[in-house]
Design a protein around this ligand. Structure first.
Ligand SMILES: C[S@@+](CC[C@H](N)C(=O)[O-])C[C@H]1O[C@@H](n2cnc3c(N)ncnc32)[C@H](O)[C@@H]1O
Length: 231
């Protein structure tokens, strides 16, 4: 091989590495180092509503739940407790350090039904189908949000719930990254998931459970109730 063709191959490989690197770096918005995240996520005012949120979900022992973008496990641990002993909580994150932290925290608290999953930027890579996929303040951080919602739908049981807690954009320069509920509604409807329950737990964010109209879906229960009342 001539030195010219070797040089050409090296240039091609460098370009490929650069393009792949740039693509990955651009698929998360404002991702922070794990240590910084952990400090922020566990601030007392940030965890005030955790129990109330988990209660609203009405999880049952035996449910299979994915906490997507689990961070420091603020929601993963109480949800794992709510579905114990035979339910499994999958804590999904793209940062292995966060997952190690959650696993350690579960061990300290005697939680044995929590498993960690290293997800990909566009796919939670769950090993099984789930009853609930829970996102608290995560979806807005993902650049290809609709692609992520589409991947998540593949892992849902027929009447599984995708729960989204996010902030609507407001007229302020620092809210460009937030996520309007109307956008989420449209992406979900394209997958036949519809708002089944809305919970007024937060003043500054929406909390919506999306479901398909199958099996034990709340959507079907509501429809039957309305039919009974003759509406
Ligand atoms: C703002 S924190 C929220 C953590 C947790 N849900 C909470 O409310 O306490 C966002 C988390 O999502 C993770 N994350 C960002 N992009 C992700 C993706 N594409 N898939 C899974 N996790 C992601 C981050 O690493 C971080 O741990």
């Amino acid at each position: 091989m001539t030195s010219r063709s070797t040089l050409l191959i090296l240039c091609f490989i460098s370009l490929f590495v650069l393009v792949v690197g740039l693509k990955d770096a651009s698929t998360q918005l404002e991702q922070k180092p794990a240590d910084e995240y952990i400090k922020n996520m566990e601030k007392p005012d940030r965890v005030l509503k955790v129990n109330e949120v988990v209660e609203k979900l009405k999880l049952k022992p035996g449910d299979i739940v994915a906490d997507i973008g689990s961070g420091s496990g603020v929601y993963s641990i109480p949800m794992a407790k709510a579905i114990a002993p035979n339910g499994v909580l999958y804590a999904v994150d793209i940062d292995q350090k966060m997952l190690d932290y959650v696993a350690e925290r579960a061990k300290k608290e005697g939680v044995t039904n929590l498993k960690t999953v290293l997800g990909e930027y566009d796919d939670p890579k769950l090993p099984v189908n789930v009853d609930v996929a829970f996102f608290h303040r995560v979806l807005h951080m993902i650049e290809r949000r609709q692609a992520y919602v589409n991947s998540t739908a593949k892992y849902m049981k027929p009447d599984g719930r995708i729960v989204i807690i996010e902030k609507n954009r407001v007229d302020s320069p620092d809210s460009w990254m937030w996520l309007n509920q109307s956008d989420v509604d449209n992406w979900m409807a394209a997958l036949a998931f519809y708002p089944a329950e809305k919970f007024a737990v937060f003043d500054d964010r929406y909390f919506v459970s999306y479901q398909r109209p199958y099996g034990n879906s709340v959507l079907l229960k509501k429809k039957k109730e309305m039919e009974k009342k003759g509406e």
